[in-house]
Write a protein that binds this ligand. Structure first.
Ligand code: SF4
Ligand code: SF4
Length: 466
């Protein structure tokens, strides 16, 4: 579709009319045309990725936009399209706008995000995991050094909040470290006028009623993410305990008990990792969760297996296959009463790698600005991604290697620089790009279907409002 410029007057915030050429923003996606029985009109759903906003537009207006006949469109519609940034000044360098906004937001971020791996051990031995697990627990000396490092960050007075992410290996194996560090971190945050919260990614095996209570009530954890790789038949072939025992029944019982607790204010996310071996089990797991009546108390999502410094991604579905299955799973979720997230939000900070102050500290005292590289033997000893060590030992990595991702995109190094999804994607994973693996998430491949689903649901009262 040709995108010609058009001449149109817009009203600036001071109600001053300015004359400006407008163009259809590069940062949009649009659904196929469909016939609306109610209005007897052909329509489309458009998605402005610059503002993560959708609009229903009749096909005739869409065609006018496409040929640059903007002056023929009703002024109210044009004003709205300008507001949601579907129409933008024709001389605007849009990539520069998005990168500049992302950079501003990442430097203005006043939350200090620190991820801690209290142990290098995990009870599970999943075939796709790239980590090497040992019995190492973070020592008291390294805990003390970590607290001092956190204090130095907070002393800069740049922050208004401190968020701790407990991550593994399996963090609950290092619960003693979490118990020891949390009150010190809480009181340190308070002494610098910062709020405190924490989240955890756990395999869920040790997440008993008692521990869940402690995590939420004593350790200020407000978000728990647990992985279930399908129903027992599938999950237990993949997420098997190192002892050889299955893990599904225990984890599922823990999840069920947790989400039924009325006294715990915590977000529970269930992640289902899929590849070519277990994708058929997603529907069965959805049904099992719905049979338990907990579908509206969890956020459920499916994630493709990716490379963890290994070849795990080679067993994955193709991007297109995954995207098609995901639409099927969304439909099933809607029918079963889940509340799936269909449309992505604006994503100015792609991940911790680009947060100037965010860090991950592993149980050995290595410091990283990425969550997927610690304990991975492929990255050598010392780990090529380690940017520091709590002891002060020099490490080979540099924060900028992943942290300069926005600059790399600005310079056209990766295809994100020409991708219309960039504002809502952010670039997905700087490390993957660096390693030559395209990390494009599923919305790139199925956003049109997501838009149609959103439209269909928006007409069903009390189900979903985009
Ligand atoms: S660079 Fe990739 S793997 Fe590392 S934290 Fe970011 S998204 Fe995760
Ligand atoms: S990671 Fe892929 S989908 Fe995301 S902005 Fe880059 S090219 Fe686009």
């Amino acid at each position: 579709m040709s995108l010609q410029k058009s001449h149109y007057s817009i009203i600036d915030p001071n109600n001053m009319r300015k004359t400006m050429d407008l163009k259809l923003s590069h940062y949009h996606r649009v659904s196929p045309c469909f016939f609306d029985e109610l209005n007897q009109r052909y329509k489309r759903v458009i998605f402005s990725t610059r503002t993560a906003t959708i609009r229903i537009i009749d096909d005739y207006t869409w065609k006018l936009l496409g040929i640059g006949e903007i002056a023929s469109i009703h002024p109210d519609i044009i004003d709205d399209l300008i507001t949601i940034e579907i129409l933008v000044p024709s001389n605007e360098n849009e990539l520069e706008t998005i990168i500049a906004r992302n950079e501003t937001i990442r430097y203005q971020d006043d939350n200090l995000y620190l991820v801690v791996q209290p142990t290098a051990f995990c009870q599970l031995g999943c075939h796709y995991c790239g980590q090497e697990h040992t019995n190492k627990l973070m020592t008291e000396e390294n805990q003390q050094r970590f607290l001092e490092r956190a204090r130095r960050q907070l002393e800069t007075q740049k922050f208004r909040s401190l968020t701790i992410g407990w991550f593994g290996a399996e963090p609950l194996v290092g619960l003693s470290v979490m118990r020891s560090l949390t009150p010190k971190l809480q009181s340190m945050a308070a002494s610098y006028g910062c709020s405190y919260n924490a989240k955890i990614v756990t395999n869920g095996l040790a997440l008993t009623d008692k521990i869940a209570t402690e995590l939420v009530k004593d350790l200020s954890i407000d978000s728990i993410e647990i992985t279930l790789d399908g129903t027992a038949e599938y999950h237990d072939k993949r997420r098997i305990q190192k002892s050889g025992l299955p893990s599904f029944d225990k984890i599922f019982a823990n999840v069920k008990a947790l989400v039924c607790r009325q006294d715990l204010d915590v977000q529970v996310n269930i992640r289902c990792n899929v590849d070519g071996e277990n994708y058929e089990s997603v529907s069965l797991l959805l049904q099992q969760l719905a049979d338990e009546g907990i579908q509206d108390r969890i956020h459920f999502y499916v994630a493709p297996i990716h490379s963890w410094g290994n070849d795990a991604h080679t067993r994955s579905l193709s991007k297109e296959e995954f995207a098609a299955w995901e639409i099927q799973w969304f439909s099933e979720m809607i029918e079963l009463g889940f509340n799936p997230k269909l449309l992505p939000n604006r994503n100015p900070i792609v991940c911790m790698a680009v947060q100037p102050h965010a860090e991950l500290i592993d149980a050995y005292g290595n410091v990283f600005n990425c969550s997927e590289v610690s304990y991975v033997p492929t990255y050598g000893t010392p780990n090529e991604y380690a940017i520091a060590h709590l002891s002060g030992l020099p490490m080979p990595g540099q924060r900028e290697r992943l942290g300069n991702f926005n600059q790399d995109v600005r310079q056209g190094k990766y295809s994100c620089s020409t991708c219309s999804m960039l504002p809502v994607c952010g670039g997905a994973c700087p490390k993957s790009w660096l390693e030559g693996i395209e990390p494009c998430p599923s919305p790139k491949y199925n956003i049109e279907e997501r838009l149609l689903l959103s439209y269909a649901l928006s007409r069903l009262p009390n189900v979903y409002t985009p």
